[in-house]
Design a protein around this ligand. Sequence first.
Ligand code: TMP
Length: 210
Amino acid sequence: MNNGTFITFEGPDGAGKSTILSMVAAQFPNALVTREPGGIDIAEQIRQVILAKENIKMDPRTEALLYAAARRQHLVEKVKPALEAGQLVLCDRFVDSSLAYQGYARGLGLNEVFSINQFAIEQMMPDLTIYFDIEPEIGLMRINKNKGREVNRLDLENLSFHQKVREGYLLLLDRFPERIKRIDASKTMDEVFVEALKLVDRKVSEKKQR
Ligand code: TMP
């Protein structure tokens, strides 16, 4: 039985979703806050392999499979038990990242990447996905300004890759309008935070009423 609420935060690199996630999480002290790829030891180890700058030889399907493997382990070890215990789970990235980055931007196909992910997640889709929408030019500028942030293998992709990531997300928004809600992440941080908090609050109370 799954009594909890599963909410994922998605968007291109530099959309500010991780910062907003920690601001929202501060309002829900009992929430489980986690991220992908990573969140638990095995998945953090897989993250190192996927994102290491020296792994330029990595095949796109290998990349997609590694994300799905990290996702599986994180889900069974951390997310599922929390949801079963009735907790709110706020997760930085989930299956939509694989669809936008590997399925669309890498060109593997949305349906193909969704099918390997179905094997990994067994129908455990989020109750709500907040998509932080940003023009890639602005997102990449924000990343370059943030000197403390790790620069990973995907950050090093060119602008047209990041444009495709955004196009991929916009397609997903079209395909799953009930689940995915868009926020314009070029607004001020306070505005984005207020909108994100409203969406989370609404979903949490909706689930409680069921
Ligand atoms: P992060 O910078 O948000 O921690 O994410 C790491 C990178 O991994 C980011 O560039 C997005 C990418 N990514 C994918 O390409 N596919 C996935 O399934 C996930 C979860 C992340």
